[in-house]
Design a protein around this ligand. Structure first.
Ligand code: GLC
Length: 590
């Protein structure tokens, strides 16, 4: 089934050049909407629940689509809703071609897609190729088949070390903690081979050197493209290929569990291949796979997109994922992990734009998602909170909710003024903080279990979001049930408490998105304003004639209003001409 796109979308105007490509050419060739799009991430379990079972679902999403139209996003990315035992919240897929009954049916998906398109919004879905669920028929067949069989070749089975093979094949540690290997039991009850799982024991890694696996995934892409999706967010797009021989490896302490984080921001292109690469991340052979997928997308009319979740640094190495015959976008996690510091942000922004421009791709910008501490909380914490660590009752570093949301608003106002494509995570438009006091017994992230509570994991950013103040489950669903408990006191964050209220975070997002579109920021460029005389704590640039000034420091600064003209947007009120700390303004010369 395919659906018609509302003709309103993808209507770029003037002859602006973007990354050296003339905009009119882009429009003529199908608009490449993703170059400038604002894409809203829906985490289906926690967005809206239509049946009151406490878990969000596809019908719930469909019912809330008008709110996203009002917000002004260009596209939606849906985290997994496929058949799954839900050991990793759906990132453990047991059938890539069906909807888990907890979320609905394929017919519900078709309705959601048709209604999304009718509103002029695109829809991309999540593809999880690195691993399947252990409930997937392929893995069950592999377990039932003998060592060395075709079925086992589709996964990463190996013999153990030591005289009885009871030691894992190497020392790799899972992203969620504990060993990256688990041992199987043979039909006769004796211990068998081991299988690799970068993540949970329930997520066996596929063997991406295997031609059968490669062919299956091309068909899975076609299955969803045939239904009319506009593209895919590709999970763990830096993990599919492992180094030959699977050598032992211990990551540096400062590296994030997903990779990256221990490498300078800029590395000379000639030295890129000599930076140390973990044997399970960012192996060169992954690129061949994405070239194949790019060809599959090209079999289809319209403008479909692949977005890589690849925690690869430095940025000029990440740019390899978005070469013109591979993917189209990659999440910019270097930006997400940057501190709220004008100097640091400027460097990351410049480096990002330059790195992606070398391959003709736009940069993306992102501050929150379902794997990291929400930025309304994170930005009030000190450094050192690595991906997946989470925050909870025993964390020493306590967030400051007031400072956090103020910084989050200011940071979002910087992000949404940048050229390229921006990602928004559900609930950030309400200024929603991380839920930091979840009781231990409510936690569900495998990280929590596999580290025996040492790392809190990601549940705190996944709590069902509030729609209506005072309603059961804050309007998440018709009942009070929610799969993770919602904190007391979320009435103020509920959408209906903010809708139409000047100065609310929701209205700030709406205004920012409307102005971003009107001023064509997505296709613009960043020109730094060094002659306004601000110190190093202030970020000041123009994009398409709009001046953006952000005060990341602790002292107020004076704004030269006569020079800067009309105030279009302020992340928090501006008194007289004083830009308070943690505030961003957009201004336009008269
Ligand atoms: C990605 C997802 C994360 C998931 C992991 C394993 O990082 O974003 O939520 O746990 O992959 O699939």
């Amino acid at each position: 089934m395919t659906t018609e796109l509302n003709p309103e979308i993808g209507e770029p105007s003037e002859t602006v050049t973007f990354a050296g490509i003339d905009r009119e050419t882009l429009v003529a060739t199908g608009s490449e909407w993703w170059r400038s799009a604002v894409i809203y991430q829906i985490y289906p379990r926690s967005f809206a629940d239509s049946d009151g079972d406490g878990l969000g679902d596809l019908a719930g999403i469909t019912s809330r689509l008008p709110s996203l139209k009002e917000l002004g996003v260009d596209a939606i990315w849906l985290s997994p809703f496929f058949t799954s035992p839900q050991h990793d919240a759906g990132y453990d897929v047991a059938d890539y071609r069906d909807v888990d009954p907890r979320f609905g049916t394929l017919a519900d998906f078709d309705t959601l897609l048709a209604e999304t398109h009718a509103l002029g919004i695109r829809l991309i879905v999540d593809l999880v190729p690195n691993h399947t669920s252990w409930d997937h028929a392929w893995f069950k067949a592999a377990l039932a088949a003998p060592e060395g069989s075709e079925e086992r070749e589709r996964y990463m089975f190996r013999d153990g070390l030591g005289p009885n093979g009871d030691l894992p094949p190497n020392n790799w540690e899972s992203v969620f903690g504990g060993p990256m290997w688990s041992r199987t039991t043979n039909a006769d009850g004796t211990p068998g081979q081991w299988y690799l799982h970068i993540f949970d024991i329930s997520q066996p890694d596929l063997n991406w050197e295997n031609e059968w696996v490669k062919a299956q995934f091309k068909d899975i892409l076609r299955f969803w493209l045939d239904r009319g999706v506009d593209g895919f967010r590709v999970d763990v797009a830096h993990g599919l290929i492992k180094e030959d021989g699977l050598p032992d490896y211990t990551p540096p302490a400062e590296a994030g569990s997903m990779g990256g984080g221990a490498i300078p921001l800029e590395v000379d292109p000639d030295d890129l291949d000599s930076i140390p690469t973990p044997p399970y991340w960012a192996q060169d052979a992954v690129h061949e796979i994405y070239r194949g997928w790019n060809e599959v997308l090209n079999e289809y009319e319209g403008d479909r997109v692949l977005c890589a979740e690849a925690w690869v640094e430095p940025l000029n190495k990440l740019a390899r994922w978005v070469r013109s015959d591979e993917m189209h976008q990659a999440f910019n996690f270097t930006y997400l992990t940057a501190n709220w510091s004008a100097e640091e942000l400027r460097l990351v922004i410049d480096t990002s734009i330059a790195a992606f421009a070398t391959v003709g791709a736009p940069s993306t910008w992102v501050l929150s998602n379902h794997d990291v501490i929400r930025h309304a909380t994170r930005l009030s914490l000190g450094p050192g909170h690595l991906q997946g660590d989470g925050i909870g009752p025993r964390t020493d570093d306590r967030p400051d909710p007031v400072a956090g949301v103020r910084r989050a608003r200011a940071a979002t106002a910087v992000m949404l003024a940048l050229p390229g494509s921006a990602y928004i995570y559900q609930g950030e438009e309400f200024g929603l903080p991380e839920s930091i006091d979840l009781p231990d017994e409510a936690r569900q992230d495998p990280t929590w279990f596999r580290t025996h509570g040492e790392r809190y994991g990601r549940d705190g950013c996944r709590v069902p979001i509030p729609w209506e103040a005072g309603a059961p489950s804050y309007g998440f669903g018709p009942a009070d049930a929610t799969w993770l408990p919602q904190p007391e006191g979320w009435d103020e964050y509920a959408r209906d408490s903010q809708s139409g209220v000047p100065g609310s975070t929701l209205e700030l997002y709406k205004l920012a998105l409307a102005l971003r579109g009107e001023n064509d920021f997505g296709f613009g460029s960043v020109e730094w304003l060094d002659d306004l005389g601000f110190g190093t704590d202030v970020l000041a640039f123009t994009n398409n004639g709009v001046t953006v000034i952000a005060n990341t420091g602790t002292t107020p600064v004076e704004l030269p209003l006569e020079e800067l003209g009309e105030l279009l947007l302020a992340s928090d009120p501006v008194d007289e001409a004083v830009l308070a700390p943690d505030t961003t303004v957009w201004m336009r010369s008269a």
